[in-house]
Design a protein around this ligand. Structure first.
Ligand SMILES: *Cc1c(COP(=O)(O)O)cnc(C)c1O
Length: 372
């Protein structure tokens, strides 16, 4: 890749392989591994991350939208793909044509899906989503059997799985998550008792894969942990994940300012002593949250340095002591390690008052990625 900017991301695909193998080793051998690569694999690049995950033993891929599924098919990926949401009926011809499995939450949707499958001359695969307490998507467990019995009368569709999603899997030993497991178990039992094979039973996201072995069932669905980010502070003790993304920026301008000079829009930050200001060509359009302005640090010659002033759309400034001797062209680390220091996506997230997921997605938006 020719470098066209002085700010870029590096993606370590060996780390993806390590993470998938590590997570997969937490589950029984019979439990399948779905790598969730929605939102461009949380900003890390869906195609390369999907391919590395499949190479490392993932059985299938999960995405949020039909567009994301089609994009993986266009990249030549033939592994099973599940769309984790119920798509609009206008997308169902493509769902059928590209062999994407879909999430179903209503019987009306299944009539539409069956119609599209009949027209396409194929059998469409669906997973029924159960709402066991998160109250985002899904039918109530008590409604599952009736819906599945009606769906069984429709031709051209087949039930491939039944699943749910946890609201609080990131909290160790959480009562609500345990309650969701109980409700889910009861629902699966009633489906089986009605003589219906639920297919692949699944519930666990990254956090539940790490913290809730009782929720592994036939498949786990890991997204954030595949790209090496911990889903919560409770999981880091349990599993060693390797961060996949590093972000770098070269200093494009450096100069000295005197005491009492302001820096950036609004001149919010004012120097308390003469110092050097480094300008880095990376800003909020690249995923550095403006809310982290003045609260985050970057690595300059292996040491933490304060980002100062408001983060701009395409640039941000860093203050260092005058004698450090950094000049234009030197590389600073926004995410990653240098010498003995590290700055993480979690650091940026806590500076901005958000979660690592959101920062990772944002960093994937405009930066070009170099794959290692
Ligand atoms: C995003 C998502 C996942 C993956 O969640 P992580 O916390 O990134 O592991 C799993 N299941 C569903 C339904 C999702 O939407």
């Amino acid at each position: 890749m020719t470098k066209r900017r002085d700010a870029w991301a590096e993606i370590d695909l060996e780390a993806v392989v390590h993470n998938v193998r590590t997570l997969n080793a937490l589950t029984p051998a019979t439990t399948q591994f779905m790598a969730v690569v929605k939102a461009n694999a949380e900003g890390h690049g869906a195609h390369p991350v999907a391919k590395a995950a499949l190479h490392a033993g993932a059985h299938s891929l999960g995405v949020a939208t039909v567009g994301e599924g089609v994009d993986l098919r266009d990249a030549g990926i033939e592994a099973p793909i599940l769309i984790l949401n119920q798509p609009p009926k206008t997308a169902l011809d493509e769902v059928v044509d590209r062999d994407l499995a879909v999430t179903a939450t209503t019987i009306d949707f299944l009539y539409e899906l069956a119609g599209a499958a009949q027209l396409g001359g194929k059998v469409a695969r669906y997973h029924l989503k159960l709402n066991t307490g998160m109250n985002r998507l899904g039918v109530r467990p008590t409604e599952a059997v009736t819906l599945l019995q009606e769906a069984a009368s429709l031709g051209a569709i087949t039930l491939e799985g039944v699943f749910t999603h946890f609201a609080t899997a990131d909290i160790e030993g959480d009562w609500d998550a345990g309650n969701q497991v109980t409700l889910f178990d009861t629902a699966i039992r009633s489906i089986r008792d009605a003589g219906i094979d639920p297919g692949i039973v699944h519930a666990a996201n990254s956090a539940a894969t790490i913290l809730m072995p009782e929720a592994h069932y036939d498949m786990v669905r890991c997204g954030i942990a595949v790209v090496g980010l911990q889903p919560s502070k409770h999981t880091a003790r349990v599993v060693n994940l390797k961060p996949v993304m590093s972000v770098y920026a070269n200093v494009v301008f450096d100069h000295e300012i005197g005491i009492g000079e302001g820096v950036g829009y609004g001149l919010d930050w004012v120097s308390g002593k003469p110092c050097s200001i480094l300008t880095l060509p990376i800003g909020y359009a690249d995923g550095i949250p403006r809310a982290a302005s003045g609260k985050m640090e970057v690595l300059v010659v292996g040491k933490r340095a304060k980002q100062v002033g408001r983060v701009c759309m395409d640039q941000m400034m860093v203050a260092i002591d005058k004698n450090v001797g950094v000049v234009a062209g030197d590389t600073c680390v926004i995410v990653g390690t240098q010498a003995d220091e590290a700055v993480t996506i979690d650091d940026i997230a806590s500076a901005a008052g958000t979660i690592n997921y959101e920062i990772a997605c944002a960093l994937g938006r405009r930066l070009e990625r170099a794959y290692l």
